[in-house]
Design a protein around this ligand. Structure first.
Ligand SMILES: CC(C)(COP(=O)(O)OP(=O)(O)OC[C@H]1O[C@@H](n2cnc3c(N)ncnc32)[C@H](O)[C@@H]1OP(=O)(O)O)[C@@H](O)C(=O)NCCC(=O)NCCS
Length: 157
């Protein structure tokens, strides 16, 4: 699917994570999630979503043309514990600081919601990214699609 161009918000500094609002933005938001996190493993559209979408914080980063190039989500498991899911940066745009901006913005949101800790399951090949920001590996996690190994990760806020 070809990404639709979104209006550029000129007031925002480049690469500032913002929340999707319109249907077009959410369409692109889920499309990027699916393309980065599901399509390479031949998973169908829809598999990039779970039952917590409606009570989650969704964040996205836009490029200069208004295309979504990074997405991430946060929800609360308990009043003290937040969980990250579905962090994805457009493949060609990785290692340019976008994931860092998304992760720090999710941490701000978790604090705003009163969370004392963040947990999630990180793909094993990505755990090093989270460790740079103070996350600790707790234990092996799930194996997704037969060969994507995860670690349970954690950080006190
Ligand atoms: C993981 C991901 C979100 C990181 O986003 P990114 O924009 O590429 O990361 P950044 O450029 O912000 O990296 C921030 C720092 O982490 C480092 N880093 C990035 N990916 C890393 C990795 N896989 N392992 C170790 N360090 C990593 C960067 O070098 C950078 O270090 P620096 O601050 O010293 O320069 C992105 O690579 C991605 O979408 N990967 C594929 C999907 C995926 O696996 N998502 C996570 C599921 S748990």
């Amino acid at each position: 699917m070809k990404a639709e161009r979104l209006p550029k918000n000129a007031r925002l500094p480049a690469l500032t994570p913002i929340e999707p609002v319109t249907d077009a933005q959410f369409e692109q938001y889920y499309d990027l999630r699916w393309r980065v996190l599901r399509a390479p493993w031949k998973q169908p559209r829809g598999s990039e979503r779970d039952e917590r979408e409606d009570d989650s914080c969704h964040l996205m980063v836009l490029d200069n043309d208004g295309r979504i190039i990074g997405v991430a989500r946060l929800h609360m498991n308990t009043p003290q514990q937040a969980q990250i899911r579905f962090m994805a940066v457009e493949t060609r745009q990785q290692r340019q600081g976008i994931g860092k901006k998304l992760l720090l913005a999710l941490e701000d949101k978790a604090r705003e919601w009163g969370a004392e800790e963040i947990i999630f399951e990180a793909r094993a090949n990505i755990a090093g990214f989270y460790k740079r920001f103070g996350y600790k590996t707790l234990a092996p996690g799930n194996t997704l699609f037969g060969n994507i190994y995860h670690y349970k990760m954690h950080k006190h806020l």
